[in-house]
Unconditional design. Sequence first.
Length: 70
Amino acid sequence: MFITRMGSGSKAVVNGDIEQSDLPHRLSGGLEEFCDKLDGLNKVAVVELDDGDIIRNKLLSQILCRLDDD
C-alpha cells in the first residue's frame, strides 16, 4: 500500500465511495477497513459526506434518498 511509502512531512488524500463496490453486500472493501482503522488517529481525519452534501442537483439528492430506503 502506498501509505507505507510516505516520508516525514508528507500528506495524502484518499477518497472514494464505499457504496460503489462490486463486492457482495456482506463484504466490505479495503477503503472501509482503511478508514475504520485510521479514524481517531492523531493527525488523521476521516470525512464522511451524505445526501446533504450533494450540490449538483436537488432532485438527485431526493432520488438517492428514495433508493436508499430499500
